[in-house]
Design a protein around this ligand. Structure first.
Ligand code: ATR
Length: 270
């Protein structure tokens, strides 16, 4: 019988995870049944229990349940613990839940391996200070960049994040009005603005010559942040489709112990 896996979220119809995992399974010769499950926002624990009862082996968790999954996990990876969020649940044979967060490593693999961006000594600017940022900070810090600045509309949230990671790295926090005159080699958009066609108030000329723009969000058309990056003459301005595939590959590795080849999968989804 095929192994039972799923992605849970709300909304979920748009999710590319089933397609990605089916491609991985085909490629690695694993028999996998991977569904997308729409979960009522009030019923996440019930949905998890019912999935376990059906013999489910693993889950990807997406918006808005990553924090609830964190709370339900019986044990956590260091990444998940610091992120305060879980995107990968593995159901152990005794029914306990292991929580991982592969978003950050997915981002690093896409930036470093797929796009060839050297992160050490990089001046990194992150737009936004929500849950998505918490999930990527530790893996970014581990690349030993020159600096990390978090800019947010609500400056206090950026300051809180800087404080939370204080033991690992000295992160700067500021508001958008403080960016003028600074330059960054890599700007990562982690605000939810991009998908609604909006853009944070970014000064011109903050992207260094031959700098990179990376949007954690992805869409069929260029996001407003990707368009901004192209207008600023970014060397590369891309959305987060590669990160999506890479975080899925990392989940697949946790479940099956094999690393699928991601390049063809990214290309076929494009
Ligand atoms: P997530 O968990 O996906 O990160 P979130 O916690 O709701 O979602 O965070 C969304 C982020 O996008 C926040 O940093 C938010 O800024 P505030 O903290 O000031 O609310 C940011 N954001 C959303 N819309 C924005 C906009 N139009 N301009 C600038 N920032 C925006």
């Amino acid at each position: 019988m095929a192994d039972l896996y799923a992605v849970m979220g709300n909304p979920i119809a748009h999710s590319k995870s089933p397609a990605i995992h089916r491609l991985f399974a085909k490629q690695t010769g694993n028999d996998i049944h991977y569904q997308a499950i729409l979960v009522d926002t009030e019923n996440f624990p019930e949905a998890i229990h019912s999935f376990i009862e059906k013999g489910g082996k693993g889950l990807n968790i997406t918006v808005p349940f990553k924090q609830s999954a964190f709370e339900m996990a019986d044990n956590l990876s260091e990444e998940a613990r610091l992120a305060g969020a879980v995107n990968t649940l593995s159901i152990n044979t005794d029914g306990t839940l292991r929580g991982d967060n592969t978003d950050g490593s997915g981002l690093i693999t896409d930036l470093a391996n797929n796009l060839g961006i050297k992160l050490s000594a990089m001046r990194i600017l992150i737009l936004g200070a929500g849950g998505a940022v918490r999930g990527i900070l530790l893996p970014l810090i581990q690349q030993e960049p020159h600096s990390i600045t978090i800019v947010n509309r609500t400056v206090q949230r950026a300051e809180e994040l800087a404080l939370a990671f204080h033991d690992h790295f000295s992160i700067s926090a500021c508001g958008y009005e403080n960016l003028a005159g600074q330059t960054y080699g890599l700007i990562i958009n982690a605000t939810s603005a991009s998908l609604t066609g909006k853009l944070p108030p970014l000064a011109n000329n903050i992207l260094a010559d031959s700098g990179y723009c990376y949007d954690l969000a992805y869409a069929d058309k260029p996001t407003s942040f990707v368009k901004w990056g192209l207008n600023q003459n970014a060397r590369i301005a891309t959305d987060g489709l590669g990160m999506l595939v890479e975080q899925a590959a990392e989940s697949f590795y946790i479940w099956y112990g094999v690393r699928p080849d991601t390049k063809n999968v990214i290309a076929s989804l494009r």
